[in-house]
Design a protein around this ligand. Structure first.
Ligand code: FES
Length: 157
């Protein structure tokens, strides 16, 4: 089984657990956008030929990883993986879709509150999950820039 498949299986299992938790806890706290995003997340998994990768560790002990591919200054692909909560899966999924096609400068300006708006809101005690996704993205973009500056990694801008 490839790394990507095992990550997808791991995330599928996590999503199933989260669905059970979210259905039994206060489901009304989550917008329909959040629930549909984490039930069927996009862009999950490691990108083997990424130009940059970034990690963010939350105080909640959850982790978000993000990978980007950049061409001519534009983000052409972005994927994520997290061991975090349902809201974090929704944040990773929505953010990776949103930044595709943005310039790296535009993506660096996306704020956690922008991501919360894209998801039509998050419960206050899960707003930090959006920050985790944004930090992982920015770390991936910084890594991409560092590789480009070092002349390694074959990044074409
Ligand atoms: Fe830890 Fe959501 S990232 S609770």
């Amino acid at each position: 089984m490839t790394d990507e498949n095992s990550m997808k299986d791991e995330l599928d299992e996590l999503v199933e657990n989260m669905i059970r938790i979210m259905e039994t806890e206060d489901a009304k706290a989550y917008s329909e956008d959040v629930i549909s995003e984490f039930r069927n997340p996009s862009n999950v998994g490691r990108m083997a030929d990424a130009d940059g990768e970034g990690v963010a560790d939350g105080l909640c002990k959850d982790t978000m990883e993000m990978w980007v591919k950049v061409r001519d200054g534009l983000i052409v692909d972005c994927t994520f993986f997290t061991d975090g909560c349902g809201a974090t899966i929704a944040c990773g999924s929505r953010l990776t879709r949103f930044v595709k096609g943005l310039s790296t400068d535009e993506a660096m300006r996306v704020r956690p509150r922008d991501l919360v708006s894209l998801l039509n809101g998050l419960p206050p005690d899960h707003e930090h999950c959006a920050a985790l996704a944004i930090i992982a993205l920015k770390n991936a973009l910084r890594d991409c820039e560092a590789r480009r500056s070092a002349g390694a990694g074959g990044v074409r801008r």
